[in-house]
Design a binder for this molecule. Structure first.
Ligand SMILES: Cc1cc2nc3c(=O)[nH]c(=O)nc-3n(C[C@H](O)[C@H](O)[C@H](O)COP(=O)(O)OP(=O)(O)OC[C@H]3O[C@@H](n4cnc5c(N)ncnc54)[C@H](O)[C@@H]3O)c2cc1C
Length: 418
């Protein structure tokens, strides 16, 4: 089949690769000049199938209300723009009900597990190096953080995910660079989860897709997709081409294309921030910076090692603007980094970034038919797009090829949002 992929973030690149690997003729269209230029550019890099959970969970609405007044809150409203997201927030609130959450979490973890396996397989067979490192630690500053992690721990046990609840001393053996003066009540260590550079991986996989014949059209925004037995795609410059199938992987900017197809997907851009800085070289034998990746559960800030750099990222801003970087979330990132790894980053060389997580109200993606003939969706991976990319792409490519998907996708179709 001749297949078009719209968008070349991590979701589009993996989709293009998997389609090409299954023997299709693939053309990928990207608005930007390179792959991974938007949400996939400088994310935290965490691939944590053991810990992945929908961004709509019981207790979150109350937590949001409590935090909203705090300047360093992990969740913030981006000014008056947040009002536009009220219908989305209503649906999000409803998805936080325990029964809905439990079903979504299972679906997400199955996909994440499959995705990690596919990522490891690609890494091994294609000999890919993308600053990957094994190990993920959840830092629980207070007894209260451990208490709220209990439900998540029960899921880990139920699913047989290797993990260990450790005290502060043991945690410092796993992550020897942690500040010894920082009080730490407990931690959860997930040895099979880890970190890797998402953007780097996207560039490597793009090259592999090209080897399989995929063509990438950069600086080519797609203006419209017309469904049909031979769906057509029209670029902003007016060029028109017919395909056997079109896959929309346009992330948080998919709205216009979807409207043209008569689809109103409740897709919100939940903004986040990251700071990336080179690690300082100390003249000592003490390891500098994180070994792999950690999350500070209280502030929902992730600290990752990417080669000789440290990346700290977090904040979920509802309704803000991508081109406006607020000072408070960036300050919170520096403060959390300084709590756990004081002085390790060369701050004067730091790069600040803001990205838009493409988020559906129940926090799980849409994979499958769009309802418009010939048009497929791989969208809305929210806070976990890197962790879910390889599995989503493989499962969808199998479906497009007329095969049975390797995992149950029934909870991830469009039907649930209607
Ligand atoms: C601060 C932060 C930290 C994160 N940390 C993690 C993490 O640790 N682990 C994890 O798994 N996930 C993480 N995420 C989430 C992850 O980054 C996203 O889920 C993922 O990047 C989404 O990928 P995507 O390909 O759907 O979107 P994008 O990367 O945004 O790609 C969409 C692409 O489509 C293109 N496009 C849009 N419209 C058109 C059009 N009309 N024509 C042509 N091209 C078009 C865009 O230019 C863009 O390149 C994080 C996100 C943020 C913001």
């Amino acid at each position: 089949m001749k297949v078009a992929v719209v968008g070349a973030g991590i979701i589009g690149v993996t989709t293009a690769y998997e389609l090409a690997a299954l023997g299709h003729e693939v053309m990928a269209y990207e608005r930007a000049g390179v792959v991974a230029a938007q949400a996939s550019f400088a994310n935290a890099g965490a691939v944590v199938p053991g810990y992945v959970a929908p961004w709509a969970a019981p207790g979150m609405p109350w937590g949001l209300l409590q935090q909203i007044v705090r300047r360093d809150a992990p969740v913030r409203l981006g000014g008056a723009g947040a009002l536009v997201e009220l219908p989305w927030m209503w649906r999000w609130w409803r998805a936080c009900r325990p029964r809905v959450y439990a079903a979504n979490r299972r679906a997400l973890q199955d996909l994440a597990q499959f995705s990690r396996d596919r990522l490891l397989e690609l890494t091994r067979t294609l000999h890919l190096e993308y600053e990957q490192r094994p190990g993920f630690v959840v830092l629980l500053r207070r007894e209260r953080d451990l208490k709220s992690a209990r439900a998540g721990l029960a899921v880990l046990r139920e699913r047989g995910v290797p993990h260990e609840v450790v005290d502060g001393a043991r945690c410092r053996q796993i992550e020897p660079g942690l500040n010894p003066e920082m009080p730490l009540h407990a931690a959860i260590h997930l040895p099979q989860d880890g970190v890797g550079n998402c953007r780097h991986f996207a560039h490597l996989l793009k090259a592999e897709a090209q080897k399989l014949g995929t063509r990438f059209r950069f600086d080519t925004p797609v203006a419209a997709v017309t469904p049909g037995t031979r769906p057509t795609l029209t670029t902003q410059r007016g060029a028109c081409e017919a395909f056997d199938a079109v896959v929309v992987c346009a992330g948080a900017q998919a709205h216009d294309l979807l409207h043209g197809l008569g689809l109103r997907l409740p897709l919100a851009a939940i903004h986040g921030y990251s700071v990336t800085a080179p690690l300082r070289h100390f003249d000592s034998l003490v390891p500098v910076g994180p070994h792999a990746a950690l999350i500070d559960e209280r502030y929902q800030v992730t600290i990752s090692r990417l080669g000789q750099r440290v990346r700290v990222s977090g904040c979920a801003e509802i309704g803000g603007r991508l081109d406006h970087q607020a000072a408070a979330p960036l300050r919170a990132l520096y403060r959390v980094l300084d709590d756990w790894f004081p002085g390790v980053a060369l701050a004067r060389e730091a790069q600040h970034w803001k990205g838009a997580r493409p988020m559906l109200p129940d926090g799980t993606p849409v994979l499958g038919e769009s309802g418009a003939p010939g048009v497929w969706l791989n969208l809305g991976h929210g806070a976990n797009g890197w962790a879910l990319a390889c599995g989503s792409a493989r499962a969808l490519a199998e479906r497009i090829s007329g095969r049975t998907a390797p995992i149950d996708l029934s909870r991830l179709t469009l039907a649930r949002l209607r």
